[in-house]
Design a protein around this ligand. Structure first.
Ligand SMILES: [Zn+2]
Length: 407
């Protein structure tokens, strides 16, 4: 038996009703009323599909199907169930529902695996209330308990208080020994246009892009916009735009899906009649391979350093550097093989965004697939993935989970 499109679609619709903003997208922040309703719904589904339900000290949910081997590590399938404010019904939720569908198929096909299968639904991936990737980081131990329990939301409520208010048991353990995990599988919506534009239903992710962010400051000299002749100016905006205009080509020349963004620009004094003396802007560079990030970074620095104009000073500060993360090659080939067996066309791609899968890749073998996002839209009410695409993804996960839980 294969994934049931109607069952999947029904779950998408039912889960999307647990929102603080009905009619205006899904708003489901961690430990909120909507979280509690969604939590109840997901636990009921887990039980319905024959899983034993547990929560941890952060409120992550696990539904376990025991395997034939005692104390063997689990193959975990799932994603997060929180959302951004006024987000869509698919980011995270689609992956949780796919995990539930995998469990439903194990039950329907009467499979008892050798290794246990666990469906996971994680809190606070988006960081809309406390901190991004908090659920998975707590499980893998990549952040300390004190770091996430003391973190406060915009109203000054700590995660610990919020959990207590929601009636969740914060005394349970959160960190999980990696020895208890055999692999982690996640289906996520692409949140970009590539799969839809190429009419490919599944993207098998090879690596999660690394990124670096720079803060660039251009300092010139302020002056009167009417009385300072053009050849006597040290105009910080003119210098900045001259530099910025050369940057996109660096990423294009590098190729291999390398991307560069100047996303923030601050001008001082930012007045219509004053020559600007100070411009501050960010440069964000991402790629699936470290060498591409480093090449573009070197060329960016070179362009800024070599900018030569009287009275203009430049400085570059590197604020962030995260290496790309390669996912498991073995699982990549099992996922690709599953697509081939199911006659589903697929491609290999990189993930431009961080996901729970990225956090798990520090401690276990990880597989991540993408399904198409209509018009590439995400984090908005218009976010949409067709149920047939969700079902294809669930089938690929099911085949892969079957294989990984065998041996
Ligand atoms: Zn997500």
């Amino acid at each position: 038996m294969k994934a049931n499109n109607e069952r999947i679609q029904k779950s998408v619709e039912e889960l999307s009703e647990f929102t603080k903003t009905p009619g205006n997208g899904v708003t489901r922040l961690s430990y909120s009323k909507e979280d509690l309703k969604a939590r109840k719904y997901i636990k009921e589904k887990m039980k319905e599909y024959g899983l034993a339900v547990k929560e941890d000290g952060l409120g992550n949910m696990f539904g376990k199907l025991e395997g034939k081997m005692k104390d063997a590590p689990s193959v975990i399938v799932g994603s997060h169930f929180d959302s951004v404010p006024n987000g869509g019904a698919y980011d995270g939720a689609a992956g949780v529902i796919a995990g539930l569908e995998v469990a439903a198929l194990f039950q329907q096909n009467k499979l008892t695996p050798n290794y246990p299968l666990e469906v996971i639904a994680m809190i606070e991936e988006e960081g809309s209330r406390f901190r991004g990737l908090m659920g998975s980081s707590g499980i893998t131990g990549s952040i300390k308990e004190s770091d996430f329990k003391d973190v406060r939301d915009f109203d000054g409520v700590s995660a610990t208080e919020a959990m207590s208010n929601a009636g969740l048991d914060k005394s349970l353990p959160t960190y999980r020994d990696p020895q208890t995990i055999k692999a982690f599988l996640e289906m996520h919506i692409e949140q970009g246009p590539i799969l839809e534009e190429n009419d490919i239903p599944i993207g098998v992710v090879q690596s999660i892009v690394g990124l670096t962010q720079l803060n660039v400051t251009i300092t010139g000299r302020a002056g009167h916009a009417g009385t300072t002749p053009m050849d006597k100016r040290s105009d910080a905006v003119m210098a900045a735009t001259n530099i910025i205009s050369k940057l996109p080509q660096l990423a294009i020349n590098e190729g291999n899906n390398t991307v560069l963004t100047v996303g923030r620009l601050q001008v001082s004094p930012n007045a219509a009649n004053v020559i600007p003396d100070d411009v501050n802007f960010t440069i964000d560079i991402r790629s699936g391979k470290e060498e591409h990030i480093l090449n573009v970074l070197k060329n960016v620095r070179e362009i800024i350093r070599s900018y030569n104009s009287s009275g203009i000073k430049t400085s570059v500060e590197q604020r962030l550097y995260i290496k790309p993360k390669a996912l498991s090659e073995d699982i990549h080939s099992i996922l690709s093989g599953a697509c081939a067996n199911l006659n589903i066309s697929h491609c290999t791609m990189n993930s431009g965004a961080g996901h729970d899968a990225m956090v798990f890749s520090d401690v276990t073998d990880v597989g991540l697939i993408f399904v198409p996002s209509k018009n590439g839209l995400s984090h908005c009410p218009e976010e949409f993935t067709h149920e047939d695409d969700l079902a294809r993804g669930a089938n690929v996960l099911y085949e892969t989970a079957k294989k990984l839980t065998e041996g």
